[in-house]
Design a protein around this ligand. Structure first.
Ligand code: SAM
Length: 314
C-alpha cells in the first residue's frame, strides 16, 4: 500500500473560514497520517473486517471522524445465502431525512489481506467508509433533484461508492457509473449492487484517474469524496474531472481542508479552467453535528470536517 505522505512544509499558514490566518504545523499533518495508519492497523487486526463506526465503540478512531449521519445494522441473517457465501459481513446503512428513511446494503470484505492488497494500488478505500463519503451521501439524500435524469459518475468511491449507490437507488438518474482505481473496492461494490434494488442502469468498473481514463464529456454529475489526500494523484484526478464532465456538468468534491491540501486543489482546478465554489455549511444537520463535535478535544475540523466543492466549467 502506498504510504500517505505529508503535503506541506512545517508551520505553513492556513486560512480559516473567518478569514484569519492560523498556523498549521507539522504536528497537525502528522496527526492525519497517524490516524490513517491507526485505522488501517485496526482493520488489519480485525478478524471480521472493517466494521462501520458505532457510537458505542469507545476505542474507534473513526468515532471522532464519523458524523453519525447514518445508522448501521449488521444483517447477515437477512441476506440471501448466495451473498453470505461471498465472504462478507453485510450492513444496512440507513439515514432519515425529512422523516423519510433511505437505506442501502453494503458488504464489508472479511479481512484476508493479500500481498496485492497491502503492496498494490492504494488501499484506503477498503478500510472503511470515510466521513466525506458519509456527508456527501447525506447531502445527496437531501438534494436528490441534483441526480434526477443525470448521467452520474462516482470517482474513487472506495469499497461502498455509497453516494453513488444512494443516487442509483433513490435519485432517478439516467444512469450511474461507480468507479475506483482499486480492483478489490470495485469487486465489493459489484457484489453490493446485487443486494440493492436500483432505480436506473448502473455499471461499476475500475477507473484509474489520468488523461484518457474516462469517456469525454459523458457525465452531468461527478461525485468524489476524500480523494485529495495523495499529492501525486491530484493532477490526474483534475484531468479526469475535466475530461469526463459535460460542458454544463457539475462535479461535487467533498474533502476536509487538511492544511493547504484543499486550497492547492482549488488553485489547480482553477488553472485547469474550472470555476470552484466552496460550501462550508451545506446542510443544517451536518453543520449541527460539526458544532457538537467541536466540544470534543479529539475533533480537529481542519482534518475531519468535509468541505463541499462545486466545480463547473467556467
Ligand atoms: C480515502 S479513499 C476514499 C474512498 C471513499 N470515497 C470514501 O470516502 O469512503 C480514496 C479512494 O481513492 C482511490 N484512488 C486513489 N488514487 C486513485 C487513482 N489514481 N485512481 C483512481 N482511484 C484512486 C482509492 O482507491 C480509494 O478508494
Amino acid at each position: 500500500m502506498e504510504r500517505p505522505h505529508e503535503t506541506n512544509g512545517d508551520c505553513a499558514k492556513g486560512v480559516l473560514d473567518n478569514g484569519h490566518a492560523s498556523p498549521i504545523n507539522a504536528c497537525a499533518k502528522r496527526k492525519v497520517a497517524r490516524r490513517r495508519w491507526a485505522i488501517l492497523a485496526k482493520a488489519l487486526k480485525s478478524p471480521s473486517g472493517s466494521e462501520p463506526s458505532s457510537p458505542t465503540d469507545e476505542c474507534s478512531v473513526r468515532r471522532i471522524s464519523s458524523f453519525l449521519l447514518l445508522t448501521t445494522r449488521q444483517i447477515n441473517e437477512e441476506i440471501h445465502p448466495l451473498h453470505v457465501a461471498k465472504k462478507r459481513t453485510w450492513y444496512r446503512y440507513a439515514m432519515t431525512i425529512d422523516a423519510h428513511e433511505y437505506f442501502v446494503i453494503v458488504g464489508h470484505r472479511m479481512r484476508t489481506f493479500s500481498a496485492e492488497d497491502l503492496m498494490g494500488f492504494n488501499n484506503t478505500g477498503n478500510v472503511c467508509i470515510w466521513p466525506s463519503e458519509e456527508t456527501l451521501t447525506y447531502y445527496l439524500g437531501a438534494n436528490l433533484h441534483l441526480v434526477e435524469d443525470k448521467r452520474v459518475l462516482e470517482l474513487g468511491g472506495g469499497m461502498s461508492c455509497l453516494a453513488g449507490l444512494v443516487s442509483a437507488k433513490y435519485g432517478h438518474a439516467r444512469h450511474v457509473h461507480l468507479t475506483d482505481g482499486n480492483k478489490s473496492s470495485v469487486e465489493n461494490v459489484l457484489v453490493s449492487l446485487a443486494c440493492n434494488e436500483l432505480s436506473c442502469p448502473v455499471e461499476c468498473t475500475v477507473l484509474k484517474w489520468g488523461r484518457g481514463a474516462a469517456t469525454p464529456t459523458a457525465y452531468d454529475l461527478v461525485l468524489c469524496a476524500d480523494c485529495l489526500f495523495f499529492d501525486d494523484a491530484r493532477a490526474d484526478l483534475i484531468d479526469t474531472l475535466w475530461e469526463c464532465l459535460a460542458p454544463a456538468g457539475v462535479a461535487l468534491v467533498m474533502a476536509p481542508r487538511r492544511g493547504k491540501t484543499l486550497a492547492s486543489f482549488i488553485t489547480a482546478c482553477e488553472c485547469r479552467g474550472f470555476r470552484c465554489c466552496e460550501f462550508v455549511n451545506y446542510n443544517r444537520i451536518v453543520w449541527e453535528k460539526h458544532l457538537q463535535l467541536l466540544a470534543n478535544c479529539d475533533y480537529d475540523d481542519d482534518i475531519h470536517y468535509p468541505i463541499l466543492l462545486e466545480l463547473t466549467k467556467a
